[in-house]
Design a protein around this ligand. Structure first.
Ligand code: ZN
Length: 90
């Protein structure tokens, strides 16, 4: 990954930190917290290094996973595909 892409990703994360939680959909269903049932999340990107991808047997993926942090209880929902923001403002 280029340094510019890393910088952009950093800016994106910093921006997301101050935005309101959003609802997300994946495969046409709202993402729901498996712990408290909440439906609003803060999105984060997580880097999956090669050894993690090998461990998960997903070497075909790129190095980013999506993490949705429940705005109510803080539970982390991990996705290897990108959920869509319901408000789609980005
Ligand atoms: Zn929750």
């Amino acid at each position: 990954m280029s340094i510019f892409k890393r910088l952009r990703a950093g800016v994106k994360r910093a921006h997301q930190a101050v935005t309101q939680p959003k609802r997300y959909t994946l495969m046409g269903k709202f993402v729901t917290c498996s712990h408290c049932g909440g439906q609003t999340f803060f999105a984060r990107e997580a880097q999956l290094n090669t050894s993690w991808r090998t461990f998960l047997n997903v070497d075909w993926l790129d190095e980013n996973a999506a993490v949705l942090v429940c705005s109510k209880c803080g539970h982390l929902e991990w996705f290897l595909s990108n959920p869509k923001s319901f408000t789609s403002s980005t």
